[in-house]
Design a protein around this ligand. Structure first.
Ligand SMILES: [Zn+2]
Length: 388
């Protein structure tokens, strides 16, 4: 932070100095100009003016960059190392769990199984909404809306009701936990509190244990497969063996979306979003000779390192934590396995060599195929890596 302020001040002082220089030069060259309109005088003033403009443009860009949301590189990893609980949610599960008398890891397990920790908030085919997938009629009050609901608990197509408006609430399961005047199934606090309340009530009402047939989790979604899946994560999360503290990279565990470094030196040969006939290109291609070093673009944890003969050849996925609650990953493809230096669950730092450029898999020449994923969706990598 201090460093940032110092940099900012430095920039300000620099631009002030340039302004002063312009004024001084203008004062000095005024008589000279009046005396004889000399092209060299003009040129000098022009150059100084352009330099001043450029400096202020750089200043604006710098301010924009520092305004980017910071990335909280912080996870809780499940015992099998395959699932990462976003750290910003952990205190929420714990607080609500305690309050409603539900184990925190049960809330985390349901959040994961329902929407992959809120990464997928799309309405389900049955009509369930929000972080922990409530049916709209359950949310507002099924008894009251009986004749407006379908068999599964979604409102009939002709019915349009604001699920977040407390005026529409009639003894349903919705909760306005964050007290913002809305009962929002897409709000993490409102939705998880509603789930906790419902699970606790069902436990009391049925007298059964969490994962019993006919018990609270089964009532949440009456399917043995569902209950087994939730129980699996419940167990994994309870015995998570690794608590990843903020990573200590050169950004001290807090980096911005504009501070990615280059994944490899080379020439851009494939654009993001390009139509490749049978697929849309989900990343960029950086052509470089075989053996060119490939680097992690930011601090993170390796969540995949595996072979994919028909496509990426061998590829590595690094999870960088979250930016504003959105999970950010980078993907690196077409390597030969013997050049890959990282293993699953390994921590890597920005700029660390992870592999070498190869020509493995579905590849028409030595290159790095590089992707950036935000909340599981590929996005334009050029918006993330340094401009050139
Ligand atoms: Zn590619």
């Amino acid at each position: 932070m201090l460093k940032r302020i110092a940099n900012y001040l430095k920039g300000k002082i620099a631009s002030l100095m340039v302004k002063q220089a312009i004024i001084a030069t203008a004062k000095k060259s005024l008589p000279f100009l009046i005396g004889s309109i000399f092209p060299i005088g003009f040129l000098v003033i022009l150059i100084i003016l352009i330099a001043g403009c450029l400096l202020s443009i750089i200043q604006v860009a710098k301010e924009k960059a520092t305004a980017m949301p910071t990335m909280d590189v912080n996870w809780i990893i499940s015992a099998d190392g395959k699932t990462m609980i976003p750290a910003q949610y952990l205190p929420i599960y714990q607080k609500l769990g305690k309050e409603y008398g539900v184990p925190w890891n049960l809330l985390a397990a349901i959040h994961n199984v329902e929407t992959s920790f809120g990464r997928n908030l799309n309405t389900s085919s049955a009509g369930a909404v929000g972080h922990v997938q409530f049916m709209p009629c359950n949310w507002l009050g099924w008894d009251y809306y009986k004749d407006k609901c379908d068999r599964l608990g979604d409102f009939l197509p002709s019915v349009h009701i604001d699920l977040t408006n407390p005026k529409n609430f009639h003894n349903g399961q919705a909760v306005d936990y964050n007290k913002d005047g809305k009962m929002d199934p897409n709000n993490i606090l409102d939705s998880v509190a509603a789930a906790a309340k419902r699970l606790a009530n069902d436990k009391k009402r049925t007298g059964k244990d969490w994962f019993d047939r006919g018990g609270p989790v089964w009532k949440y979604n009456p399917s043995d497969k569902y209950v087994t899946k939730v129980e699996k994560y419940f167990t994994l999360f309870a015995s998570q063996r690794q608590t990843a503290s903020p990573l200590s990279g050169q950004y001290g565990g807090s980096i911005t979306s504009s501070s990615f470094s280059m994944p490899a030196k080379g020439r851009y040969t494939g654009r993001f979003g390009e139509n490749r006939g049978d697929h849309i290109h989900a990343g960029i291609d950086i052509a470089a000779p075989i053996g060119t070093p490939m680097y992690a673009v930011a601090d993170g944890i390796v969540t995949r390192s595996k072979t994919n003969p028909g496509g990426f050849g061998y590829y590595v996925v690094i999870n960088h934590g979250s930016i504003g609650g959105k999970s950010v990953e980078t993907w690196y493809g077409h390597m030969y396995p013997n050049t890959v230096l990282v293993k699953l669950r390994m921590r890597v730092s920005r700029g660390q060599k992870i592999a070498e450029v190869g020509n493995n898999g579905r590849s028409s020449g030595p290159h790095l195929h590089f992707e950036v994923h935000v909340n599981g969706k590929a996005v334009e990598p050029l918006n993330w890596i340094p401009k050139r």
